[in-house]
Each structure stands twice: as C-alpha cells, then as structure tokens.
Design a protein around this ligand. Structure first.
Ligand code: NDP
Length: 331
C-alpha cells in the first residue's frame, strides 16, 4: 500500500475549506489509491468550528483518510506536509482600503512562509487560493527562500474552468470536449481569458473555438467579462462567494501538477514568472502550463495577437503594482 501523503489546508473552517477537505479525503485531489492525512489550520476564533469539521470527517468514515490534525498552531499544522493548500486569508471587508487588506495578508503569508520552510516535507508543493492569491504566493516565496520557487503556485484554475464552462454552454458541447483555454496574469478582474488556441473535439475532429463560435464580438467582449466577473455573479446569487467550484479547481490544480496533464492538453497555473511572453519577471503570473513528473513547464511559442498583447500587459502591470504595494506594507 502507498504511504499516506500529508495535505495541509489553511482556513479549513471556512467555506472553501468545508467543500475542499471531503474532496481530498475521497481521493479527488491525489487519486483514488492514495491515502491521505489531513492537516487543518485555522485561527483561534474558528477553533470550535474547525473541531466540528474534524468530527464530520471522522463520521464520514473515508477509507483513504488515515489521520486528521486540526489545530490553531501553525508549526503543528505545517510539520511534515507534502502538499499545502493555503485558503486562509484576511477578507476584504466593506470600506477597507486595498492597502489594509494587503498589509494583513502580507503578515499572514510571511509568517506561514517561515513555518512551511522550516517544518514542511522537502519538496512540498504549495498552492495559494486566498486573495490576493498571486501576491500572497509571491510573499510566501520571498519569505521561504529555501523552498524552490517552482514549488509555489497560485490558483487560476477556477477561472480556467469557468472559461471552459462558458464555451461549453455557448456551443452546447460537453465541457470535457473543450480544452486549451488560457488564463493570463492575475486572479483578479484584470485576468485575460484567451480562447485563441482553444479547441473543441467534434465528431469530425478537433476544431478551433473561434471557428465554431463564429462570433468574435462575443468572444472578445461578453465572454471575457463573464469569466472575469463570475465570482461577483456567484456572490450575488448565493450571497456567499464560490466555494464548491473553488475547492474543485484546487483539486484539479494539484492533481494535474502531481499526476501530469493529459497529452496535448495544457492548464492555467499562477507560477513564478521568468518573463515568458514578455510578462513581468519576478511576479506570480498565470500561464498555460503542462505538467509531467511533478513539475510544470510554461507552454512556449504560442502566437499572441495585438488584442491579447494589450491584455497580457495590463494584467502584468497590475501584478507589478500589487508587488510594490505588498513591499510597501513590509517596510
Ligand atoms: P472562503 O473559504 O470563502 O475563502 C477563503 C479565501 O479564498 C478568501 O481569501 C477568498 O478571497 C479566496 N478565494 C480565492 N478564489 C476564490 C474564489 N474563486 N471564490 C471564493 N473565494 C476565493 O472564506 P471564509 O471566510 O469562509 O474562510 C476563511 C477562513 O480563513 C476562515 O475559517 C478564517 O478563520 C480563516 N482565516 C485565517 C487566517 C490566518 O490563517 N491567519 C486569517 C483570517 C482568516 P475573497 O475574500 O476575495 O473572496
């Protein structure tokens, strides 16, 4: 039998956490034959709720779940973890300045970086979900210098999946037949969902999305804004932010990273930018990536037209500004 993998979820008493931990315990993240030990961290005011989640995990009698650590102690939470999913963060409350939210999150991610660096298993893979996700991931990277930069990522897979979902609805095709959309840049409303290389599997072979949709005005307009603003639309409808789709996307992200992307398919991940596609280097930027043997590689050589170029630059510029804001919170 396989050795259990230890998976940390921070903010585990929150609503994404509540959707995410049962998925992990069922093998959705790491595979149906991979035992797991869940490490759940939350802050002291959420300790009782967190304990309730632990009780439910026990009650669910998941065969793959070999142990549960539920704690408010960051060192205990980080010790020996192989995968860390960072969902805990300070929410932006009404009337709060961007800088105040940034400052709270910078201090959270700075201290969690040190705990992970010192106590996580070697080669621990980190996924940051909490907003501002790209910049929280960057802070984590900066304050955990012994964790390789390639091990620190942020979630844009939900945006990627939302783009697949919109195309599938528009064309009335199965979502599993749509692939290779791209989310570029920041997990914010400046992100650029790009369909220029996306395809749909049809009975007569793979066809470009643009050729099938035959409506460039929709693809360059409403499609983009719908994906960018989907989070707000969910909040409006549910009076709560998206949780099950965010949890599901987090599982997709880690699963593809660890187990690999299918041949001919790429996914979107926020990764430490090397300046590919003239994105700013030294920020966490979402690119198309393929994964193999537990490592991601940015897909190279895709043509970027003028319309896309502007959008890649705009979201890159926002990330550079966020980075500066984050650094100003440190001093
Ligand atoms: P959620 O579980 O709904 O969300 C958690 C984080 O994920 C938020 O930062 C949220 O950003 C972010 N997020 C990223 N992408 C998405 C998405 N597509 N849809 C929804 N959320 C997304 O928040 P809760 O308030 O229910 O839970 C947060 C938990 O974190 C609580 O249990 C709290 O106690 C804990 N916490 C931990 C802290 C720490 O570790 N020090 C500090 C503060 C809280 P956004 O807010 O922009 O939606």
């Amino acid at each position: 039998a396989k050795e259990p993998v230890r998976v940390l979820v921070t903010g585990a008493a929150g609503q994404i956490g509540y959707a995410l931990v049962p998925m992990i315990a069922r093998g959705v993240m790491l595979g149906a034959d991979q035992p797991v030990i869940l490490h759940m961290l939350d802050i002291p005011p959420a300790a009782e709720t967190l304990n309730g989640v632990k009780m439910e995990l026990v009650d669910a009698a998941f065969p793959l779940l070999k142990g549960v650590v539920a704690t408010t102690d960051v060192v205990e939470a980080c010790t020996g973890v192989n995968v860390a999913v960072m969902v805990g963060g300070f929410p932006r409350k009404e009337g709060m300045e961007r800088k105040d939210v940034m400052s709270k999150n910078v201090s959270i991610y700075k201290s969690q970086a040190s705990a992970l660096e010192q106590h996580a298993a070697p080669n621990c893979k980190v996924l940051v979900v909490a907003n501002p996700a790209n910049t929280n991931a960057l802070i984590l990277k900066e304050f955990a210098p012994s964790i390789p930069a390639k091990n620190i990522t942020c979630l844009t897979r939900l945006d990627h999946n939302r783009a697949l979902g919109q195309i599938s609805e528009k064309l009335n095709v199965q979502v599993s037949d749509v692939k290779n959309v791209i989310i570029w840049g920041n997990h914010s409303s400046s992100q650029y969902p790009d369909v220029n290389h996306a395809t749909v599997m049809t009975p007569s072979g793979e066809k470009p999305v643009r050729e099938l949709v035959k409506d460039d005005a929709w693809l360059n307009g409403e499609f983009i804004t719908t994906v960018q603003q989907r989070g707000a639309a969910i909040i409006k409808a549910r009076k709560l932010s998206s949780a099950l789709s965010a949890a599901s996307a987090a599982c997709d992200h880690i699963r593809d990273w660890v187990l690999g992307t299918p041949e001919g398919t790429w996914v979107s991940m926020g990764v430490y930018s090397d300046g590919s596609y003239n994105a700013p280097a030294g920020v966490i930027y979402s690119f198309p990536v393929t994964c193999k043997n537990g490592e991601w590689t940015i897909v190279q050589g895709l043509a970027i037209d003028e319309f896309s170029r502007k959008k890649l630059d705009l979201t890159g510029q926002e990330l550079t500004e966020e980075k500066e804001l984050a650094y100003s919170c440190l001093s």
